[in-house]
Design a protein around this ligand. Structure first.
Ligand code: DX5
Ligand code: ZN
Length: 225
């Protein structure tokens, strides 16, 4: 039995001069979700885009918008991303002392709520919010940039979270340095969704993106369950 893995291309690696076109292309190329990396230059040492860009991209695809907030504080902006068209809003446990309240607020807006932890944060940090989330995002790079090297300790973290959430309807997503090479160990450890930016957005068109997505998916489909 093979585990069908979902692929969520991160548009941080797309051509920012043609983002609408890039979202349509990667949708056509077989992306399951679209991963949108929001960065504020404060929580992470980089600035990407805000709710206006999410809103502008919304009409270009029907695929799930998986919005990863690398911003602090996050609470003042949750409504703006919900209104912009986010389907899931993912917040970092490290953005402040009230992760439980942030996740409650996201759910109150009728959106899926995800929680994410940096490579240096132990999985216990999410133990008390499992009732509020439908997804845990495991960072396998230090957030802020695409194209970084995969941090191998993410594999054990995925396995540990798989045990922690046993039986709950919670997805495990991994983000950073995911390629056809690093993907199989993550799938084996129990990951459900893989975010990939630079490994997908190579080659500049839908055909290339389709090959790149297929390479990651195929690398996982031979994993015995
Ligand atoms: C990093 C972002 C990741 C990143 C993934 O802070 O959260 O989503 O864009 O890019 P790659 O796949 O190139 O590591
Ligand atoms: Zn991300």
């Amino acid at each position: 039995m093979v585990t069908p893995i979902l692929i969520a291309p991160s548009i941080l690696a797309a051509d920012f001069a043609r983002l609408g076109e890039e979202v349509r292309a990667v949708d056509q190329a077989g992306a399951d979700w679209i991963h949108l990396d929001v960065m504020d230059g404060h929580f992470v040492p980089n600035i990407s885009f805000g709710p206006a860009v999410v809103k502008a991209l919304r009409p270009h695809t029907k695929k799930l918008f998986d919005v990863h907030l690398m911003i602090a504080p996050a609470d003042p902006y949750l409504a703006a991303f919900a209104e912009a068209g986010a389907d899931r809003i993912i917040v970092h446990t490290e953005t402040g002392p009230h992760i439980h309240r942030s996740l409650q607020a996201i759910k109150a807006m009728g959106k899926k709520a995800g929680v994410t932890i940096n490579p240096g944060t132990p999985i216990d940090a999410i133990a008390d919010v499992l009732d509020l989330i439908d997804l845990v995002l495991v960072m396998s790079v230090n957030p802020g940039f695409g194209g970084q090297d995969f941090i191998p300790s993410a594999v054990d973290k995925v396995a540990g979270i798989r045990r922690m959430i046993a039986g709950r309807d919670i997805l495990i997503e991994v983000d950073g340095g995911v390629t056809a090479k690093t993907a199989p160990a993550l799938a084996r450890a129990g990951a459900d969704v893989l975010v990939a930016g630079s490994a997908v957005f190579k080659g500049g068109d839908a055909a290339a993106y389709a090959r790149n997505i297929a390479a990651i998916r195929d690398a996982c489909t031979t994993i015995p369950a």
